[in-house]
Design a protein around this ligand. Sequence first.
Ligand code: AHR
Length: 489
Amino acid sequence: MKKIRMSVNALDKKSHINPEIYGHFSEHLGRCIYNGIFVGEDSPIPNTDGIRNDIIEAFRQIKMPVLRWPGGCFADEYHWKDGIGDKASRKKMINTNWGAVSEDNSFGTHEFMRLCELVGCEPYISGNVGSGTVQELSEWVEYMTLEGGSPMSELRKANGREKPWKLKYLGIGNENWGCGGNMRAEYYVDEYRRYQSFCKNCSGNQLYKVACGPSADDYNWTEYLMKNLNSWQTNAISMHYYTIPTGDWGRKGSSTMFSDEEYYSTISSTLHIDEIITRHSEIMNRYNPENSIGLIVDEWGCWYDVEPGTNPGFLYQQNTMRDAIVAALNLNIFNAHSDRVVMANLAQVVNVLQSVILTEGEKLIKTPTFHVFDMYKTHQDGEFCYSWTEEERNTNGTPAISQSVSIKDNEMTITLANTSLENDYELDCELYGFNASSAEARILTAEVHAYNDFDSADNVSVKPYEAEASGSKLTVKLPKCSIVSVVLK
Ligand code: AHR
């Protein structure tokens, strides 16, 4: 087994890791909401106000910090008033983006806010700019957050919710350069400025306003936004980047059947997000050196061809050990950019793209990606520290090892991924400024195509692991295709 050197400097703290970097995204798409999160009050599946209990528990387990809703592309055709009040009389619509299925609006504002309350996470509302109006969005904010005395606050009370909710995160549009209206940056910025003016801080609620940022490497969009927005109108801009194994949207490939070559090109494609974030951050640094405008990776994850025999509009895909490696790499990258990246949301949380949960009837499985979020959760609210590993490359030139290190409450979390399908490594780590007395390690490893299915839910699961730590030394083995977390005390 090849030995590799690693070093960590606990005294060199770079940035704070916002818990929201471990966020998720829910959309009215396929079986994410209906027959996923929400089964309805009358379902035989154990639920609280229609929300599956096992899903609430799973979201709590990974300490989900924030959940974005209702889209995605769906958000820019969503009219929130259709989703409140008596369920039987809620207006039906066609979900034109996702399979043209009927949407009965039985999961609306109250149900989403209830979900967030049950999970203990921040709600992140994505407002409709593409096909909505300023008045509609401003009234939605008022409905959710104003204590009383206005038609909207009274309507909320009439619908059974006396107290306003706290709403921090508000997205003003989604992908307005694409499905959210095909706007030019010039047009969107003016729309953004107008919409945000009428989304007010009501009854002590403080909004954190998110402008629709670029698609992947559209640096011109970021440049234009940063030139024309300022931090009293905008708290953050969003960015979307999906990992396509082949790099070709027309030929995304299967979620479970792929060659080694396709695996390594997936790694290469996902690592490209590092360069993309770096270059957007450079632009943001020029216009906003004081760092008061954050970058949110609103949507990220692997996007494959749908599972054979499933509705092509539902984007349902399986999730293998390859996805776990992708999640580990991205989360290490987001930690490293936590000076500018304030939030990231994996798409989509249940039954769609790189989901952490898959359901089938009453059955539920936690995907390999779920386990990565579970292993990484101790990074939340930590201070990101400098670390280095000796360079090792895979056959296609991608780095074999990825790591990130944080400290919180005198405990150090180290997360490591070995992306190699051929080589095992042993890491010899020197810790500066930290005196370790114990190590608690966990491992996620399996053959790269392995996944959890409804008949074998624990095929890929986290196991306790060995790591030797004493004083300033840590030794840990990294088998090929594995993710290891170590918490040092
Ligand atoms: O995640 C699926 C879609 O991808 C989202 O609805 C949209 O925002 C993006 O294009």
